[in-house]
Design a protein around this ligand. Structure first.
Ligand SMILES: NC(=O)C1=CN([C@@H]2O[C@H](COP(=O)(O)OP(=O)(O)OC[C@H]3O[C@@H](n4cnc5c(N)ncnc54)[C@H](OP(=O)(O)O)[C@@H]3O)[C@@H](O)[C@H]2O)C=CC1
Ligand SMILES: O=C(O)C1=N[C@H](C(=O)O)C[C@H](O)C1
Length: 271
């Protein structure tokens, strides 16, 4: 029998592109309740109702006070900025609050902090919460296993002009999935950008290229380039809805898990 009590969700980065999409989706879900909306101390949205951007009155204010925004929450979902996410992670640990982190741009050391927190609370980090993208990760693993390092891999990603990190978290995760399937460490084989007299392409490298412009939501194309053929596996987003839906799926799942460091693949049963 399903639990009739709604799961109380707090959102960090609630005034952002993802935050707003999540506010809308939480308000529409009968099994979820918006319990808090956290924004930057300097945010233009501070003090507004979390639904104001849609002309809705939720009774939940956009607040920069973590005690107020997280106090009643059972799960925290964060799409903000690296520094804010890491500070929130420590607050989540102090409260024993499960946290879904969708923010991208973390260094390897910062990701290790999430793993450490996962020893104390449930932490799910996903550079892409879309179910479709995570199925694509599985396709990439299979392609890399079958094609091997003889095929040159190039990952091209395109995003809107506001994006602050590059390559995208999704592109880097795609690279990690492919490197792991080929028995490589991405840090040792990644070519993150190219310019000038680069010389010929080295065998076994995984190349990245970044496009930024306009309102592109998020496109990723992975090319496996061989002799006389090229295989392309691509995912293109035309809306942020599927990221938000995946984040809510992850939150519902994470609320039932013990402490651990999890991925979308865990939440989707793809591992
Ligand atoms: N995992 C996934 O599937 C997806 C991940 N992302 C990632 O999520 C993150 C957010 O993306 P998006 O919503 O487009 O970004 P936005 O810039 O639209 O939103 C960022 C939010 O974070 C807040 N913020 C900014 N700086 C700080 C800070 N220093 N401290 C606290 N809060 C801060 C902003 O508040 P304000 O501006 O009001 O001050 C805003 O609410 C990015 O890392 C992006 O790559 C995005 C889409 C999907
Ligand atoms: O900033 C974005 O917009 C997105 N960021 C994520 C990433 O860096 O991979 C996910 C998605 O591509 C949208």
């Amino acid at each position: 029998m399903s639990d009739p009590t709604p799961l109380k969700i707090a959102l960090a980065g609630a005034s952002g592109r993802m935050g707003r999409m999540l506010v809308e989706q939480v308000l529409q879900a009968p099994d979820l309740q918006l319990a808090g909306a956290l924004v930057h101390a300097g945010s233009d949205s501070l003090g507004l109702d979390a639904g104001a951007f849609k002309g809705l009155r939720t009774g939940v204010p956009m607040s920069s006070d973590p005690d107020l925004a997280l106090g009643a929450a059972q799960v925290l979902i964060d799409y903000s900025r690296v520094e804010a996410s890491l500070a929130l992670l420590q607050r989540a640990v102090a409260r024993g609050l499960p946290i879904v982190i969708g923010t991208t741009g973390f260094s390897a050391e910062q990701r290790a902090q999430m793993q450490v927190a996962g020893q104390l609370i449930p932490v799910l980090w996903a550079p892409n919460t879309s179910v479709g993208v995570n199925v694509v990760m599985d396709l990439l693993r299979q392609a890399a296993l079958r094609l091997g390092a003889e095929y040159d891999v190039e990952i091209v990603e395109a995003h809107h002009r506001h994006k602050v990190d590059a390559p995208s978290g999704t592109a880097l995760q795609m690279g990690e999935v492919i490197a792991q399937a080929r028995g490589q460490a991405l840090a040792e084989v990644a070519t993150l950008s190219r310019e000038g007299h680069t010389g010929a392409r080295e065998r076994g490298r995984i190349g990245f290229a970044t496009v930024r412009g306009g309102d592109i939501v998020g496109d990723h194309t992975v090319m496996f380039c061989g002799e006389g053929e090229r295989i392309e596996i691509a995912h293109k987003s035309s809306s942020r809805l599927h990221y938000a839906q995946g984040a809510l799926l992850a939150a519902r799942w994470l609320a039932r898990q013990p402490a651990g460091f999890y991925s979308m693949a865990d939440a989707l049963g793809l591992t």
